[in-house]
Write a protein that binds this ligand. Structure first.
Ligand SMILES: Cc1cc2nc3c(=O)[nH]c(=O)nc-3n(C[C@H](O)[C@H](O)[C@H](O)COP(=O)(O)O)c2cc1C
Length: 360
């Protein structure tokens, strides 16, 4: 763990952050092997009743998850589990294998504590992920699988594309996220529109409602949607009884950045924090019973608490994990226990949505 302090300068010295990412995945593979996993477990776990809750039918020992896109291929889930996360999301995976956009396609904005990425769903395809997950040793925390659309599939055929991935991966996920919000696949965000979204949601929920074990299906949305567009999405969530929303994906906005950059792609990290919180707050106000996973710019327990008080039951991190390293999970969980105690909440579920107005 303290190793991160030593290897951080090495990871941040690579000109292409993707090289650092691949090296970090190698470390995590190692961390997943016992006895390293037992040691990491010992150093990172925060076991506290105030953090435990049941959300969309699944048990979470703490609310801090890893966001989609970090372990796209489910290669290091054991190592990540040992870092104290409450849940992990693998993918985004598409029906067909695809290389994604040409490199360099990840850019760190150090001054802003942000990242721009235009990976474009580089992945080995749903069948390969299914095979890998079928060999995985038991993981004790919930695993979500994020599903996207293959680049070559036309928008009109996307529902079937998502369904293919869901069917192949269904035995291996505890929940599934329909990702219609990545900015790096041309047209993907159009799938948040009423007609396309209704078709995808009805097909996928139709599948999960008609198999022996119903598993939660969530929708991950962009932070750049207008209020009208969010209302349309929520209408569909209501009509089809979707199990939850993940808010939000990366933004196309470049507002307020200190860094000078013309790179195309989705922006994540600190510059996204306030915007994603406001989306969460709006959704919770409209549909208080709909579980929300809040994601965007979380670096501290206060950032996570802000999202919980705005209406998120669970949170996810990506960019904060890159900048702060593995101890961030424990830091957030410990900090949340203190914040809940300070405010007189016995359990995190009591704090969800208590702050209906804009905070910071
Ligand atoms: C390099 C990179 C790759 C990502 N890939 C995915 C992805 O495949 N699927 C997805 O749903 N989100 C993906 N995201 C978005 C994150 O899951 C998250 O929604 C977003 O980064 C905001 O959280 P953060 O500010 O904590 O990073 C990616 C983000 C980054 C930085």
């Amino acid at each position: 763990m303290y190793m991160f302090k030593l290897i951080r300068p090495l990871l941040f010295s690579f000109k292409d952050p993707e090289t650092a990412h691949n090296l970090a995945l190698s470390f995590l593979k190692l961390a997943g092997l016992s006895p390293f996993a037992s040691l990491a477990n010992f150093l990172t776990q925060v076991d506290n009743a105030a953090l435990r809750q049941q959300v969309f039918g699944l048990d979470f020992k703490n609310p801090v998850g890893l966001a989609g896109g970090f372990d796209k291929h489910g290669e290091v889930l054991k190592g990540l589990e040992a870092l104290g996360f409450g849940f992990l999301e693998t993918g985004t995976i598409t029906k067909l294998p695809q290389p994604g956009n040409p490199r360099q396609r990840i850019f760190r904005l150090n001054e802003d504590l942000g990242i721009i990425n235009r990976l474009g769903f580089n992945n080995a395809g749903a069948e390969v992920l299914a095979k890998r997950l079928s060999h995985l040793n038991k993981i004790k925390i919930p695993i979500g699988i994020s599903l996207g659309k293959s680049k070559i599939t036309g928008l009109a055929d996307s529902a079937k594309d998502y369904l293919f991935s869901l069917q192949h991966l269904y035995p291996y996920g505890d929940y599934f996220a329909i990702n219609v919000s990545s900015p790096n696949t041309p047209g993907l965000r159009d799938l948040q529109g009423k007609e396309y979204l209704m078709e995808i949601v009805s097909l996928l929920l139709g599948f999960s409602n008609n198999v022996d074990i119903k598993k939660p299906i969530l929708l991950k949305i962009a932070p750049d949607l207008s209020v009208e567009a969010i209302n349309e999405v929520l209408e569909i969530c209501k009509n089809f009884s979707i199990d939850g929303i993940i808010a939000t994906n990366t933004t196309l906005s470049r507002e307020g950045l200190k860094s000078h950059t013309n790179e195309a792609g989705g922006l994540s990290g600190a510059p996204l924090r306030a915007k994603s919180t406001e989306v969460i707050r709006y959704i919770h106000k409209q549909m208080p019973a709909l579980p929300i996973i809040g994601v965007g710019g979380i670096f501290t327990a206060a950032d996570a608490y802000e999202k919980i008080k705005a209406g998120a039951s669970l949170v996810q991190i990506y960019t904060g994990f890159i900048y702060e390293g593995p101890m961030i999970v424990k830091k957030i969980n410990k900090g949340l226990v203190e914040l809940l105690k300070r405010d007189g909440f016995k359990n995190i579920s009591e704090a969800v949505g208590v702050d209906p107005v804009r905070s910071r």
